[in-house]
Design a protein around this ligand. Structure first.
Ligand code: FAD
Length: 382
């Protein structure tokens, strides 16, 4: 059964995108995992073929595609490997800030290159001292004539090494009370004086995903790089974080489906005690339980996607989908590895990589604890 939001053209698009990935990504993915980065050349090919930000308006070089195309892209990228998440972040998380809050000049300057792949984007919220508590960030951007002088440090930034344009969350008014009213979004470009990159961080999983530290030391950012209005950054984030969480849920659901397929194939060919292990009832029950959880996740996720496409308020349900689906995918990963026996712990088996890639989905885009806080707040309990 396919989701109601997917029409014939989306299926055709999926077919074409999968063909593209079979040629340009699958054969190289293990090499990228070893190198610790996805080469820029791949991004450029994505852009040349219309797979970067297809939702961008035609005026700025996009295809005006609906969100169902983004769903297809994120699912197919996840099937290659979770490390492809940086592309989804560019497509459906970072660039939408420019499209939604940018001035006409800003949109003309950056959007066409985001579509072509000449510009790779990142969004920098997290700092060494503040992650979940966004209002507690300490990076400042103080207006000085026609510039903002930016000082601070960001960490765990996806696309941090490749990024040509970084949307940086900073305090233009460090004394604002409440603190979140002093937060603004600044677009900081690659060659800005005072902007440097730190290490490419070594992670437990997502080895090919580029994750880095960013430093700003008296970085001189033109005042016209302010995105939207001063002091409104926190509200813009609250608006756009919904799609970010949805993208994470889509990836985790896809990962769970991939892990299930890998495991089903494995238990059908592995033998023990004179029979295929898929013939043991205990193995069958575990697969039955996984299949049930995956089906529940898919049904709920498709409903959330549908509501999001219709422009409804999805704050509560997207938080539910994000925490539940990522936890479900973690359970599926653990069960799948167990059912692979010792081979599941070997690098040559895909389940090993999937197992170490999945836990971060419960951490980024707002931890699952933060998701539950949002849901509880909207339950009107106090
Ligand atoms: C691979 C990777 C990629 C990332 N990409 C980006 C990116 O592109 N841009 C970006 O800005 N950030 C990015 N992040 C950062 C990520 O969003 C943060 O790590 C996350 O928001 C959690 O923040 P923290 O690490 O500071 O943990 P903390 O906020 O210190 O939380 C630590 C623990 O305390 C819990 N906790 C915190 N507050 C509460 C509370 N009130 N009640 C109950 N429990 C609480 C948390 O849930 C968590 O379990 C990335 C992180 C990783 C690992």
């Amino acid at each position: 059964m396919t989701a109601a939001y997917l029409r014939e053209e989306h299926h055709m698009f999926r077919y074409a995108f999968r063909k593209f990935l079979e040629k340009e990504a699958y054969p190289y993915f293990s090499q990228w995992e070893k190198q610790g980065i996805i080469p820029r050349a791949f991004w450029t090919k994505m852009g040349e073929n219309g797979f970067l930000c297809p939702w961008v308006d035609e005026t700025y070089g996009g295809l005006n595609a609906d969100f169902a195309y983004s769903v297809v892209i994120n699912e197919e990228l996840e099937k290659v490997g979770s490390s492809m998440v940086g592309i989804g972040l560019h497509n459906d998380i970072a660039v939408p800030y420019i499209a939604a809050y940018g001035t006409e000049e800003q949109k003309q300057k950056w959007l066409p290159k985001c579509v072509s792949g000449e510009i790779i984007t990142a969004i920098a919220m997290t700092e060494p001292g503040a992650g979940s508590d966004l209002a507690g960030i300490s990076t400042t951007a103080i207006r000085d004539g026609s510039f903002y002088i930016v000082n601070g440090q960001k960490t765990f930034i996806t696309n941090g090494i490749h990024a040509d344009v970084v949307i940086v969350v900073c305090k233009t008014n460090p004394n604002a009370k409440p603190a979140h009213q002093g937060i603004s979004l600044l677009v900081i470009e690659r060659d800005t004086p005072g902007f440097t990159r730190g290490r490419k961080l070594e992670k437990v999983g997502l080895h090919a995903q580029d994750t880095a530290e960013l430093f700003f030391t008296d970085a001189k950012v033109p005042a016209e790089n302010l995105l939207g209005e001063e002091g409104k950054g926190f509200y813009y984030l609250m608006e756009k974080l919904q799609q970010e969480r949805l993208v994470v849920a889509i990836a985790a659901q896809t990962a769970a489906e991939v892990m299930f397929d890998l495991t089903k194939r494995y238990v059908k060919q592995r033998t023990a005690f004179g029979q295929r292990i898929s013939e043991f009832q205990t193995v069958q029950f575990r697969l039955a339980e996984m299949a049930t959880e995956i089906a529940l996740g898919r049904t709920f996720l498709d409903d959330v996607i549908e509501q999001h496409i219709l422009g409804r308020d999805v704050v509560t349900i997207v938080s539910m989908a994000k925490w539940w689906i990522t936890e479900m995918a973690k359970r599926v990963a653990a069960e799948s590895m167990q059912l692979h026996g010792g081979y599941g712990y070997m690098e040559e088996y895909e389940i090993a990589r999937r197992y170490r890639d999945i836990p971060v989905s419960a951490i980024y885009a707002g931890t699952n604890e933060i998701m539950k806080m949002i849901i509880a707040k909207n339950l009107d309990l106090v």
